[in-house]
Design a protein. Structure first.
Length: 337
């Protein structure tokens, strides 16, 4: 065929999120990555893109559950792909362009990147925290790339400190395959105040993230969960464990010792800085001044309905201190390399 060739050697239909990740790779230079239990290798040749996908359990490859896709330039998006059932029988055809449209998520992503990064000085004296390199790439670029691979293609960056550096790096988003708009906080507006600066009222839920988080979470699952719960807002949480450095004593009202624990561990769910907001939440923003996200969610849920909690089980790291940044550098190769 002059448009594409497809070699299928798999026993099960391909996950849409895996296909989306593969499609994102074929427009880049030769690159390899892990996605769930798959190993993806993409090559950008002069006349075509080639993607090889293999089932990978972390130790060995299953050659029986693999596929190779090749798309001739420049009309690869119009290539026809066979749709197969569990018995590897062709049951229809679909264009690659149609697959891409189906995978695109209508949700707008708002990335909060206006903070001063004071706790990471002196590094942030010349570079805003979301642009600090992790694994050789700016932290926020990793976030944009991870979400784009999942079909999120519309972004709004809320900027303040060294705002021009974000515009210089990301521009319109074209080189990253996404659309990026900007809102500028003339003053510090908290973790939610910048939402009233959005260029348009969204028709679909908003995905809002702090710009200093390193994570490989599944955003499509989060948005789907929010819709299924039929709530005004969903807050991601992460289980946090810490060790009390002292012996802890419990006592009764009359001063009797009830229990003694030597340096016990405690666990709590903490705010992960990732939210999904229904459009109506924006009606509860104040007209001026700062507001933090928990306060906004409290206002919206009190007036319009419940808020949900979504525990994150994937990798998540809030880069707030220098030792967090070093941990991110150490963890990056195994997660995104």
């Amino acid at each position: 065929m002059d448009t594409s060739t497809l070699k299928l050697m798999t026993h099960a239909p391909l996950e849409s999120s895996l296909l989306n990740s593969a499609l994102a790779l074929i427009q880049q230079d030769s690159v390899s990555t892990n996605f769930s239990h798959w190993k993806i290798h993409g090559e950008n040749h002069d006349d075509r893109y080639v993607v090889n996908i293999k089932s990978f359990d972390g130790i060995t490859y299953d050659e029986r559950a693999s596929m190779t896709l090749a798309f001739v330039k420049p009309s690869w998006e119009h290539a026809e792909l066979p749709v197969v059932d569990n018995e590897r029988r062709v049951v229809g055809l679909v264009t690659l362009d149609a697959v891409l449209r189906a995978l695109r998520e209508e949700t707008i992503v708002v990335l909060m990147a206006g903070g001063l990064g004071s706790r990471l000085r002196p590094l942030t004296e010349s570079t805003p925290k979301p642009l600090l390199p992790v694994g050789g790439r700016p932290l926020l670029e990793i976030t944009v790339d991870n979400l784009a691979r999942q079909g999120f293609l519309r972004f709004v960056l809320s900027v303040n400190y060294k705002a021009e550096m974000f515009r210089e790096h990301f521009g319109s988003g074209e080189k990253f395959g996404v659309d990026i708009q900007y809102v500028h906080e003339a003053e510090q507006l908290g973790t939610a105040g910048a939402l009233r600066l959005l260029p348009e009222r969204p028709a679909a839920p908003l995905l809002v993230m702090n710009g200093d988080i390193l994570t490989n979470f599944n955003a499509r699952h989060l948005v789907q969960f929010h819709r299924e719960q039929q709530v005004v807002a969903t807050m991601c949480v992460r289980e946090y464990e810490w060790k009390v450095p002292y012996g802890v004593v419990s006592m009764s009202d009359n001063g009797r010792m009830q229990r003694f624990e030597e340096k016990p561990s405690r666990r709590e769910f903490v705010n992960a800085g990732i939210y999904v907001l229904s459009p109506d939440v924006l009606d509860h923003l104040p007209g001026t001044g700062p507001i933090d996200m928990p306060t906004l969610i409290d206002r919206a849920s009190a007036a319009a309905g419940a808020a949900a909690v979504y525990p994150l089980h994937e990798y998540w790291l809030d880069i707030g201190h220098l030792d967090d940044l070093q941990r991110a550098q150490d963890d990056f190769p195994g997660l995104f390399g």
